[in-house]
Design a protein around this ligand. Structure first.
Ligand code: GAR
Length: 209
């Protein structure tokens, strides 16, 4: 990946890395006017890190510390340092399965985005596609939002609906939601990079460029 693009993304993830793949592809083919400066993971063997290495993107495992659902103080400082060292403009959470709060959000205020596999505010938290199936909704989807102190709570930037089919099983539904994520996440990041997104209270307004 070339580093010629001035807008720098820092991607954090814990798993497969398919959203990283979609974002990196969009950067590569010029749809997204940015470059991925660094990829960080709290899971040492995450497929995400292999994908990043294959794509020639700087990447690192940073141990999350003693807690199960969040970073401890030392780990939080290490993540902030790695992102600052890479001169990241926007922090992109792509399947990062730890809650970021306090110091981290202050360090990157208004500059952290996340993708979630449901139409928020429905089904925040873990395995949102399973929650949707268990609840029996007929439509679910994907959401891109700014990250604030709440869990899956920040201002919504983009959403795409996905129909729930009668014979759906969790894996297949999640696969179709992934498809929606791969469309809306690079597009939403592109809108932020181009300065098209304005925040009005909880609402984001997109200007047409
Ligand atoms: C994505 O479906 C993302 O929405 C979800 O993890 C998956 C990561 O996939 N994130 C959450 O559930 C966060 N609450 P990926 O590693 O292939 O990009």
């Amino acid at each position: 990946m070339t580093d010629s693009n001035p807008f720098r993304l820092g991607v954090l993830g814990s798993g497969e890395g398919s959203n990283f793949g979609a974002i990196a592809d969009a950067c590569q083919n010029g749809i997204l006017p940015a470059s991925v400066a660094v990829v960080l993971s709290d899971v040492e063997e995450a497929a995400l890190l292999h994908r990043a290495r294959d794509a020639g993107v700087a990447c690192a495992f940073i141990a999350p510390g003693k807690f199960r659902t969040k970073l401890d103080e030392e780990a939080e400082a290490s993540y902030i340092k790695a992102l600052n060292d890479a001169e990241v403009d926007l922090v992109v959470l792509a399947g990062f399965m730890r809650i970021l709060k306090g110091e981290f959000l202050r360090a990157f205020e208004g500059r952290v985005v996340n993708v979630h596999p449901s139409l928020l505010p429905a089904f925040p938290g873990l395995e949102a596609w399973k929650q949707a199936l268990d609840h029996g909704v007929k439509v679910t989807g994907a959401t891109v939002h700014f990250v604030d102190q709440g869990v899956d709570n920040g201002a919504i930037i983009a959403q795409e609906t996905v129909r729930v089919l009668d014979d759906d099983i969790p894996e297949i539904l999640h696969e179709r939601i992934h498809g929606a994520e791969h469309r809306i996440y690079p597009e939403a990041i592109g809108a932020i990079v181009r300065g098209e997104i304005t925040l009005r209270g909880r609402r984001t307004i997109k200007s047409v460029s």
